[in-house]
Write a protein that binds this ligand. Sequence first.
Ligand SMILES: *Cc1c(COP(=O)(O)O)cnc(C)c1O
Length: 590
Amino acid sequence: MKDKLATLCLSEEAALKGLFLGPQAENSQWVSAQINALLNSWFEWRRSFRPGDGRAVSSADMESADYIKRRQHTDDVLQELASRFEQEIPKFSPRYIGHMFSETSLPALFGHILTLLHNPNNISGESSWVGVTVEEEAITALAQMMGFRKGIGHFTSGGTIANFEAVYRARTRCVNWMAAGLEQGCCSAFASAAMGYRSYNEISHGVKASAERLNPFEGNPFIAAQEISQKIGRDFLGPVLLIPEHKHYSWTKSAHVFGLGAEALWPVQLDAHGHLDIQDLKRQIRRAQLEDRPIVMVVSVLGTTELGMIDPIHEVQELLDMYRHVEGWHIWHHVDAAYGGFLCSLKGENQEVSGVLSEQSLKAIEAMGRATSVTIDPHKLGYVPYSSGAFITADEKDYYQRSFGAPYVNFSVNKDKGPFTLEGSRSAAGAVATWMTAQCVGFSQEGYGRLIARTIRLRKEMEEVLRENVPNIRVAPSGDANLLGFCVAQPGDSLQKVNERTLRLYETFAADNHSDFFISKTRIYKKCYSRYFENVVSSWQGRIDADELVLARICIMNPFFKTKEMNVDFQDLFVQSLQERVRGLDSLKI
Ligand SMILES: *Cc1c(COP(=O)(O)O)cnc(C)c1O
C-alpha cells in the first residue's frame, strides 16, 4: 500500500489541477456550472435591453408543428455531429503526445465560449467596444511576459499570419527607407534601406513623395527595379530575408505571398547543435552588403516547430546592435516565438522553474524584449483554443507602417488597428481566451512557468528512460523545450534503413482512437541541418545514403502526463510500448 500522504500532490500543483477539465472530466461539475452561469447572464443581458420591445417568439409559435419539427431536426443533427467528433483525436488524454497541442485550459475555454456568445468583430471599435479593449490588455500581458516595455500589436488567426504581419511591415519600412535614400542621392540600396528613423525623418517630404516610384511594392515592381538599378550602378535584385535553416514553412509562403521570390529567403546555417550559427549570420549580412541587397529582416526562432530548439536570440541582437553603433545600419530583428513564446514565463527568481532551461536558452529569452518584433501563438504553449496567434512590435513606429482604409468602417484615428492588420474581420475569441489565462493562470513562474517547467522536466526524464531502456535508441540532441525526436539505429546502420524503420515504427502508432499512444514524426534535411544532421547520424556511425533523417517526434504538453493519482504511469507504459514495437520490427528484420 502506498503511503496515503505521498499520493497527495503539492498544494501548488493541486491548484493547477483546477485549470484543466481532466482526462476523466473530473472538473465537469464546475465547468457545467460556469457555462450555465455564462448562458444565464447572456440571456439576462438580452432580456434587460429594452424589455418594452416585447417578445418575438410567442408560446403559440413554440407549440406549432413546424417549429417542433424543425427543432427536433436540429437536435438530431447536433447529436449526430457530436458523435462524429467522438471519433476525433483524443487530445485531452495524456496518451496523446504527438503534435504541439493538448488539453486547453479552462479559463481560456470559458473566455472563448463567452466571446462566441457575444461574437464581437475586432476589426474596429465600431463593431466591438469591449473586445478591442480586452485585446489591448491581452497584448500588453503577452508583451510584458516577453520583456517588452510596452509593446504594440494585435491577435491573428495564428503564427503564419503573425509572421506575415512582420514581413509586411519590415518590407514596407525597408523599401521606404531604400527609396528615400536613393532618391536623395545615396548609391547603396543596402545602406539606404537600413538608415533608421532619424535619418529618414530628416529627409524632406518632397524627396519622400518623389521616391515612391522607387518602391517596387507600390507601383510597378519591374519599372522600379530598372530605376533602382540605374541609381546603384548594378542590377537591382530585390531585398532579402535572413532566416535560419530550421525555419517554419510559413516563411517560405511569405516569400511567395509578398512577391519577394523564393530566392529572397537567404538561409542562415545551423551549428552542430541545430541552432542559428551567428558566424554565418555575419557572413550573410556582409554578403547582402556586397551584393547591395537590402535586408528586410533577420529572423531567429524561439522554439523550433520540429524539435523545440532555441536560437541565440541575445547573440543575434548583440550583433545587430553592434552594426547599428558601428555602421549605422538599423536591421529589423523578428523572433518567431510562435511555439516558444510562453517559455518566457519561466524567467524569474525561482530556480526550480527557470532551471529547466539551459543557460543559453535563458539568455535568449532574456533578450526577447530587445527584438524589433515577435510572433507568439497562445494556441500552442498557451493552452488556448484555436485560433489564437499574436504579432507584437516593441516600437509603435514599426507597427504603424502602411494602412488601408475601408469606406464602410468608421475607424477611429488613434485606437483602431483595423487599417493596419492584414486580416479584415477578426474574432475577439483568441484575445479574450488569452486574457483569461493571463488573469487566472498568470504569465509568471507561478502560473505558466510552473506548468511548462513541468512538461520540460517530463521530456528530460523521458529522454533518460528511453536511453536506459530502449536498446539502440538515438535521441536527437539539444532539444531545448518539451519536444523530443528519436530513431532506433544499430551501430553502422545505413540512413535509408533507419528511416524505413522509423516510418514503420510511426505507422504502428495507428492514427485512430485505438492506439495506446499518439506520436508524430518529422524529417531533418541534410541540406538544411548539415552539421547537426551529421552529428546525429554519427552517434551510431551511420552511413549517409539519404538526404534526410526521419525522426519519431513526441511533444509532452499534457499537464497530467505523470500524475501520481492516476492508475497508469504513462512514462513507463510508453517505454514498454516502444520496447515491444522495436522488438516486433527487429523480428521482422526491419
Ligand atoms: C506553429 C508555428 C508557426 C505557424 O503557426 P500557425 O499558428 O500554425 O499558423 C510559425 N512558426 C513557428 C516556429 C511555429 O512553431
